[in-house]
Design a protein. Structure first.
Length: 335
């Protein structure tokens, strides 16, 4: 890496089908970004090359000026070890099993590297630069295909004893509920994620046989209904979609009520595609909280939309390397 001048960090977001990388300045602004395909099903080296291809493409032309790159932060699917930067066995990245991602990237680019899961990293980005800026203790939830969470106390990610903390999407609120992909019954993920909303809508359509805007959006095919369609139908005033989302709000309020009683964060931030769809109903979640909390001051906690939308992974990766977060780590010095 070149020297001299002010410095930026690189944030990398690795998914099952794509790698997104961006150059981010010290204020959390994404200056440039690229997206390239991810090779998730091949050999470990092919997956690594997919990541370096994105970073190389991003940095091409960036290092000829006065700015330098002082670190690379990577959002990767878990399970992983944030202390060593080893990716353990992520289901949607079968190419990597006990793969030393941080050490490999650090070796290639001669820069400090930090690796963490997407929920933790996005929570840190929101705490440092986004909706959580100015709050000491932040609880972040991203709701989409799944539900991920992150906890930030005093500017630092709370990892727990082994790095496996903050799996809030797998907190059960119904021990007799449907079985989650993780194996537990009644996790909030299996009840209130995007696929769960779609399943509930399809079941209501089948049971009630009612005419709904949802059927029009799905071309008359009940099995084609998605959570995005539920959101569009709700916005159009559809009664069935409103019923489905009302139940979703009640489930989320119960889950967040438990979170408040356990952590009492200074702020709750919600991101992800489903959260964007539910944003007009944040007030309804707040209204339900007193029924779901022992804490009588639960409604004093702000419930805010996340600032970083589709770029949460890039910003989160960069946040891991922020000087403010004090997270830069050279894997070669890890014991």
């Amino acid at each position: 890496m070149s020297e001299g001048g002010s410095s930026d960090v690189v944030g990398v977001d690795i998914g099952g089908t794509k790698v997104a990388a961006g150059v981010v300045d010290c204020g959390g602004k994404i200056l440039s970004q690229v997206r390239t395909p991810m090779s998730a099903d091949g050999e470990a080296h092919a997956g690594l090359m997919a990541v370096t291809s994105a970073v190389d493409s991003l940095l091409r032309g960036r290092l000829h000026g006065p700015r330098t790159i002082r670190g690379i932060g990577i959002c990767a699917p878990g399970p992983l070890d944030p202390n060593t930067g080893v990716v353990i066995n992520p289901p949607n990245l079968p190419c990597w099993r006990n793969f030393p991602l941080a050490a490999e990237i650090s070796r290639i680019y001669a820069a400090p590297v930090r690796v963490d899961n997407d929920g933790n990293a996005a929570a840190l980005a929101e705490a440092l630069w986004g909706a959580g800026r100015g709050y000491r203790n932040v609880f972040y939830a991203t709701i989409g295909t799944g539900i991920g969470t992150g906890i930030v106390f005093d500017g630092r990610i709370y990892h727990g004893r082994t790095g496996a903390a903050a799996e809030g999407g797998h907190v059960s609120i119904d021990y007799r509920g449907p079985r989650c992909g993780c194996g537990k019954p009644g996790c909030i993920e299996v009840l209130a994620s995007g696929p769960a909303i779609a399943r509930r809508a399809r079941a209501r359509l089948t049971e009630q046989g009612a005419r709904s805007t949802l059927l029009d959006l799905a071309g008359g095919n009940v099995n084609a209904v998605t959570s995005e369609m539920v959101g569009k139908a709700f916005a159009a005033g559809d009664a069935l979609a409103r019923e489905v989302l009302r139940e979703t709000i009640e489930l989320l309020a119960l889950w967040l009520g438990n979170t408040i009683d356990l952590l009492e964060p200074d702020v709750i931030i919600m991101g992800g595609g489903v959260s964007s769809m539910l944003r007009p109903l944040f007030g309804d979640i707040r209204d339900h909280l007193p029924q779901c909390c022992v804490n009588t001051r639960c409604q004093e906690i702000p419930l805010l939309p996340a600032c970083y939308g589709a770029d949460a992974g890039i910003a989160g990766g960069a946040a891991l390397c922020s000087a403010v977060s004090d997270c830069i780590q050279d894997p070669s010095k890890t014991t």
